[in-house]
Design a protein around this ligand. Structure first.
Ligand SMILES: C[S@@+](CC[C@H](N)C(=O)[O-])C[C@H]1O[C@@H](n2cnc3c(N)ncnc32)[C@H](O)[C@@H]1O
Length: 256
């Protein structure tokens, strides 16, 4: 785990260090290169991840996660996988409403910062170490764009979620309104990297806004989910579309 960003004033050291790292690049990585870059980047930013998130979203991120948990709409006691769980914010919200989360993430640094008290597992969420139809639900917050194969991820969700189980997936979005889209573009593209650069790793917070380019259009994601076994998949714009939420119920029949 890289622990180089202990102090706010250390940003120049961090900048120098991060230039040597795999996520500090102009082009977006693909395939195994992307998996390594994403894991190393989150290891590096884990210590200040929560702080930067709260500041750059004006705490709206807590509201979006709670909305995802409400949308999941599962009875208390249900077993829920929180995939790409990071520092465990969604796990805390799931526990608050009586659900039983398990935290799964690729980054050891992020898992180590998870204080939710949920059981934790380090794994690539494209290959979950869980049996078929073994969980009641899945949440995933702000990680879809980090994955190398979204269709494979949706297929994996259809495998592990029991028939009738629920999923709620959050990620950043692209607002439909032109004015909001313009303002969000400036904020996310210019201001967030500055805040992230001051408080944490500059290259990581330059990469994060650019990584939105990995996300397919909402209609494409909904169609993929429906195809793999979530027939009622829906898409929601949150906060004017700066964030998006996908929710769905696992069909009664298993995929072939
Ligand atoms: C932006 S953070 C989101 C963390 C948390 N879900 C939240 O809502 O704040 C993205 C997380 O996805 C994880 N991640 C990215 N690709 C992954 C993969 N293939 N398997 C597991 N975790 C992954 C990263 O390690 C990181 O913790």
């Amino acid at each position: 785990m890289t622990q180089h960003n202990d102090a706010i004033g250390a940003s120049s050291d961090v900048a120098e260090h991060s230039r040597a790292n795999s996520w500090d690049r102009e082009t977006l990585p693909e395939g195994t290169e992307k998996v390594t870059a994403v894991r190393d980047m989150f290891d590096a930013i884990a210590p200040r991840y929560d702080l930067v998130n709260r500041i750059m979203t004006f705490r709206l991120d807590t509201r979006w996660r709670r909305k995802a948990v409400r949308t999941l709409d599962l009875p208390a006691g249900s077993r829920v996988l929180d995939l790409a769980s990071g520092t465990g914010d969604l796990c805390r919200d799931l526990k608050r409403v009586g659900l039983r989360p398990v935290s799964v993430d690729l980054s050891y640094g992020m898992l180590a910062a998870d204080r939710s008290g949920a059981p934790r597992a380090q794994a690539d969420i494209l290959r979950l170490p869980m049996p078929d139809a073994s969980v009641d639900g899945v949440t995933c917050g702000f990680a879809l764009r980090n994955l190398v194969d979204l269709d494979a991820f949706f297929t994996e969700l259809a495998r592990v979620v029991r028939p009738g189980g629920r999923i709620a997936l959050l990620d950043v979005g692209v607002p439909r309104n032109r004015l909001i889209r313009f303002g969000n573009g400036i904020y996310f593209g210019k201001v967030v990297p500055k805040i992230g650069g001051l408080l944490s790793d500059p290259a990581a917070y330059r990469y994060l806004p650019r990584s939105v380019a990995y996300l397919p259009a909402p209609s494409v994601m909904v169609a993929s989910l429906r195809r793999v076994g979530f027939g009622d998949a829906r898409h929601h714009h949150l906060s004017g579309g700066i964030t998006q939420l996908l929710d769905a119920t696992r069909d009664a029949s298993q995929i072939s």
